[in-house]
Design a protein around this ligand. Structure first.
Ligand SMILES: Nc1nc2c(ncn2[C@@H]2O[C@H](COP(=O)(O)OP(=O)(O)OP(=O)(O)O)[C@@H](O)[C@H]2O)c(=O)[nH]1
Ligand SMILES: [Mg+2]
Length: 222
């Protein structure tokens, strides 16, 4: 008997792409950029966003959508740094956010008074690569404790991302990690990938990251 799984999946993906186009149109109407942070679990997405809200919250208005398989811990952490609503999407087992969830979350956001939308995707280096959320760009975060070979092992994520944040650089003296090799691997997959080197813990590299976020909020091409 024929198996029709691929057929169904294609329909689901096609519907997602339509909804992602709707999200993109809505954001464009208001001139709002959207950065979709993707990474393995624990690379530092939430801490990076906490620091970003702390540093830029007084000059820019952010909306944040967080996705987690379970709990709204990240949304609670981020809500401490902003008086704006932080939207928590609990996916109940799904390994990624989809465009419908982002669209629903954005319905509660006043985009007219928003400078930039951050999406923190579910921690997973595989599934979120395949799902367009209508974002301006995917930002892949990976950390020095994960090994230099991650871009080679999870190439789709690095192909789909326009920006990469190598986080936890404060740990470089303590772990065997060759930063240049990691960058070489990532650029072998995606030569256009732009890098930031950060420690969300100590603040190293956050000036450059924040300049980038400011430029995105102003829709200045970077
Ligand atoms: N040393 C060090 N620790 C960090 C840094 N960034 C994050 N951490 C720590 O790494 C752990 C995970 O950080 P999170 O910000 O929760 O990571 P995440 O990517 O949001 O995790 P998930 O949402 O679960 O995928 C926490 O204990 C952070 O304090 C960093 O730059 N340096
Ligand atoms: Mg998180």
């Amino acid at each position: 008997m024929a198996v029709r799984t691929i057929d169904v999946r294609e329909k689901v993906m096609a519907r997602n792409d339509e909804l992602a186009a709707d999200v993109r149109r809505r954001l464009a109407e208001h001139g709002v950029a959207c950065l979709n942070l993707v990474s393995a679990p624990g690379s530092g997405k939430t801490l990076l966003l906490e620091r970003t809200l702390e540093r830029l919250g007084h000059e820019l208005t952010f909306a944040v959508v967080t996705g987690d398989v379970q709990t709204q811990n990240d949304a609670d952490r981020l809500a401490r740094h902003t008086d704006r609503l932080v939207q928590a999407v609990v996916t109940n087992g799904a390994c990624h956010l989809d465009a419908r969830q982002v669209m629903t979350a954005l319905e509660a956001v006043d985009l007219a008074s928003t400078d930039l939308v951050f999406v923190e995707n579910v921690g997973n280096l595989v599934c979120p690569a395949s799902w367009d959320l209508g974002e301006t760009a995917k930002v892949v975060v990976f950390s020095v404790t994960e090994g230099e070979d991650k871009p080679l092992k999870y190439p789709k994520m690095f192909q789909k991302a326009r920006y990469a944040v190598l986080n936890k650089v404060d740990l470089l003296p303590h772990v065997p990690f060759d930063r240049e090799l990691a960058v070489r691997h990532a650029r072998a997959i995606n030569p256009d990938l732009e890098f930031f080197f950060t420690s969300a813990l100590t603040g190293e590299g956050l000036d450059a990251w924040c300049d980038f976020v400011r430029a995105c909020a102003r829709r200045t091409p970077v």
